[in-house]
Design a binder for this molecule. Structure first.
Ligand code: NHW
Ligand code: EN5
Length: 384
């Protein structure tokens, strides 16, 4: 059934109880194959420099036309070039982990996969990992077994740095999810969402009543809420450290990580802190901008989605913080706010008028076994 994944050090569906921890026998960098894996002869490997304007444009084009779609092929993610440059260069980035496949004769980019370093805690174990993302094969080259070669080559390149575990998410079912999360959606521009068939007018609802139902205030309600700044980094590290400790799987962010992943970047990542008397930060919220192409619609070609990122409720209730995130996403031009049922979100999604989506997001670990599948509420990790 899974000709490739059965050969990999991942939990299998029929795994009998085994000890928590690595699946492969321990290795050293000296054990790692030195030569790149062999591609079919018409293709070649290409390390992609995202700071090169031409290269990032090529990556953007490949993903915009060939990356993830919903189950009915109505929307396709449209990660911006600024987003990709941000997501692919966190602290500790290695250039050889932005891996492309090109057609040898023309140089056309037709395959892609990336790894970024991350410290991720899985239950009691803090692991030096990579996060794998942006696996993509051009639509015309599907089902030719290129994906397994991309995965093996990025694994080799990561292993050469002495890293043996990875975390990744996917909509599809593979051996074997560590958790399965569900997407929820909160309409910010209901009329547009209905026009593009992202959602439908509810039975016995008029457009006017729908617009009123989803109307949001112009300003957030939390006193002291303001955009995050550089000087906030130490306090944000502390807030996140305390909060993420509750989850069974969560990143461990240091100051450099927080600076990279959370300082606001216009049109990419939006982060706000709640400042109390004396400059003490009590809570934070963040979301990122990830538009989708609307695949076949006469009126609109893009959908502007905001995705919940890291949110830390402490002095402010989660429902209020998330409510303010909706207000801020609305006022910055987003059409919909998406969140998963991870963190403590399940407690607030319905109250905030989120509706359940048709998409699932499975969380996976490479070369790490957990004793049992986790609940979405055990997950404190967001991959971009
Ligand atoms: S999930 C998004 C993945 N990308 C897309 O869905 C874009 C649209 N689709 C495509 O581009 C986020 C192609 O359909 C892809 C497959 C490239 C997906 N993950 O080449 P073949 C990520 O980026 C397996 C893993 O013939 P294709 C996370 C499939 O089950 N495996 O198919 C990425 C089959 O294996 P099997 C996937 O359609 C994590 C084999 O690929 C997969 O032309 C990567 C078929 O290959 C997916 N999303 O290309 C793993 N989709 O066993 C990282 C299909 O069933 C692991 N497959 O025979 C860790 C590595 C690092 C470790 C370091 C210690
Ligand atoms: C790597 N970082 O399925 C991630 N999106 O629900 C890669 N559905 O937008 C893997 N089908 O439910 C990502 N509207 C996997 C996700 C792939 C994309 C995906 C889903 C998530 C989605 C929308 C549109 C569905 C169109 C038809 C959806 C209904 C929402 C509605 C909101 C208002 C209240 C009722 C429900």
């Amino acid at each position: 059934r899974y000709a490739f994944w059965e050969t990999q050090p991942v939990s299998q569906f029929d795994d009998q109880a085994a000890a928590e921890g690595p699946i492969d026998a321990p290795k050293t960098v000296a054990d790692v194959r030195q030569e790149p894996y062999t591609l079919p002869k018409e293709f070649e490997w290409s390390t992609c420099d995202v700071n090169d304007t031409k290269t990032v444009e090529e990556i953007y084009q490949l993903l915009t036309f060939n990356y993830v779609e919903d189950d009915d092929n109505m929307f396709r993610f449209d990660y911006s070039q600024d987003f990709l440059k941000w997501a692919l260069q966190p602290p500790g980035t290695r250039p050889e982990w932005v891996l492309g496949v090109r057609v040898a004769s023309s140089g056309k980019l037709v395959g892609f996969i990336t790894a970024v370093p991350a410290r991720v805690r899985v239950r009691a174990a803090a692991l030096a990992m990579v996060e794998i993302n942006y696996l993509c094969v051009h639509k015309k080259l599907r089902a030719k077994r290129l994906a397994p070669v991309l995965i093996k080559e990025i694994t080799r390149r990561v292993n050469l740095a002495g890293i043996w575990q990875a975390a990744y998410t996917a909509g599809v079912v593979l051996p074997k999810p560590v958790a399965t999360a569900t997407y929820w959606h909160r309409a910010l521009q209901p009329k547009k969402l209905i026009t593009v068939n992202f959602t439908r007018l509810a039975p016995r609802m008029t457009m006017a009543r729908t617009i009123k139902l989803f109307k949001l205030p112009a300003e957030p309600v939390t006193p002291g809420l303001r955009p995050m700044e550089h000087r906030d980094i130490p306090q944000v590290v502390a807030l996140l450290g305390v909060y993420l400790a509750r989850f069974q799987i969560a990143p461990q962010f240091d100051g450099e990580d927080v600076a990279h992943y959370l300082l606001p970047i216009p049109g990419v990542v939006h982060s706000y802190v709640v400042e109390a008397e004396g400059g003490r930060l009590t809570d934070m919220l963040s979301f990122y901008t990830l538009p989708s192409t609307v695949i076949n619609n006469a009126q609109h070609s893009k959908l502007a989605a905001a995705f919940q990122y890291y949110t830390v409720p402490a002095a402010t209730p989660l429902a209020q913080l998330m409510g303010d995130a909706l207000v801020l996403a609305h006022s910055t031009g987003h059409d919909v706010f998406n969140a998963l049922d991870i963190f403590q979100n399940s407690e607030v999604l319905k109250t905030l008028k989120f509706g359940i989506g048709d998409g699932r997001l499975r969380y996976y670990l490479y070369n790490w076994r957990v004793p049992a599948e986790l609940q979405p509420s055990d997950v404190g990790l967001v991959l971009l």
